[in-house]
Design a protein around this ligand. Structure first.
Ligand SMILES: C[S@@+](CC[C@H](N)C(=O)[O-])C[C@H]1O[C@@H](n2cnc3c(N)ncnc32)[C@H](O)[C@@H]1O
Length: 278
């Protein structure tokens, strides 16, 4: 009985060892998922197939993108393996690449596009702090972003307009996903609200969408001066620059949306909505 248990244990250890041999490669090359998807966005692969209004062969795709078929083939093979595009035989006997729900997230424009968030998170600036993660754990008050760049993200954005625009566009991308859920799920919250301030509202996309859905609202988009100074004008939305640690413009209600949470305050009530998808 004892030797059977010992054999079982040896078999289990061998299986664990064999699995570890395979699994470790996921971590060694884990970065490739993000890198190849970023490459697909920059090349405009999903956009080319969408503009073609139908599947494309490798040679059609490579001439449309202006790149060598052999290099593109390797990228497509990776993307197909990850079910981002589908490979199908065409009626002419060649292979064509077909768009999927996932590849449509890689379109540069459109309701479902997640490109701006992907380009922000995969940027050198946002990746550098991840290389400092262990120092964050060892030294509790050490921000990885500050460790990598010497300033917090908002001061860094003030000094680097290109990165600031990446942040604003990414936040607008997030707003386009989240705001329709608020409009559909909680319209009653906006009854009787004549003025609404979005605290840290970025380029004002959230308020633009809320004012469109609830046209009786006058929106005040409040953010740092360098953010609102480059935000586009939009009817029903006034941009105000300032620091929310000092004061926030007066309004009937205030709205604060960060990452997967949205907090709504008014004189009558306040509540938090948590979005599972973000
Ligand atoms: C994580 S983003 C959220 C953007 C937007 N609410 C959303 O969820 O899509 C945080 C926003 O707060 C702004 N912000 C950061 N510090 C601020 C401050 N002290 N005063 C005003 N706005 C600030 C940033 O510029 C940025 O637009």
């Amino acid at each position: 009985m004892g030797s059977v248990t010992k054999i079982d244990e040896e078999i289990r250890e061998d299986e664990e060892e064999a699995q570890a041999k395979v699994e470790i490669w996921k971590y060694i090359f884990g970065f490739t998922n993000m890198a190849v998807v970023k490459c697909a966005i920059e090349l405009g692969i999903a956009d080319a197939i969408e503009n073609n209004e139908g599947p494309m062969t490798l040679s059609e795709l490579s001439s449309s993108l202006g790149c060598a078929p052999s290099s593109l083939y390797r990228i497509m093979r990776f993307l197909v393996h990850h079910n981002i595009f589908i490979e199908k035989p065409s009626s002419q006997g060649t292979t064509v690449y077909v768009q999927t729900a996932l590849s449509r997230r890689l379109l540069k424009k459109g309701e479902k596009s997640m490109v701006d968030l992907l380009l922000l998170e995969s940027s050198h600036v946002m990746m550098a702090p991840w290389h400092n993660l262990s120092s964050r754990v060892l030294n509790d008050n050490n921000s990885p972003f500050e460790g990598a760049h010497g300033d917090d993200i908002w001061k860094y954005a003030l000094a680097n307009p290109v990165h600031s625009k990446l942040i604003d566009d990414a936040m607008a991308c997030d707003a386009k996903l989240v705001v329709p859920e608020i409009v559909e799920g909680f319209p009653e919250v906006f009854d009787g609200v004549k003025t609404l301030v979005d605290v840290g509202g970025g380029n004002g996309t959230t308020l633009q969408m809320l004012v469109k859905a609830f046209p009786w609202i006058q929106g005040i988009n409040f953010d740092l001066p360098h953010v609102v100074s480059v935000a586009s004008e939009s009817e029903g939305v006034k941009h105000v620059g300032g620091d929310f640690f000092e004061s926030v413009p007066k309004a009937d209600a205030a709205f604060l949306m960060v990452s997967n949470k949205c907090i709504f305050f008014s004189l009558q009530n306040w509540f938090t909505i948590t979005f599972l998808q973000s």
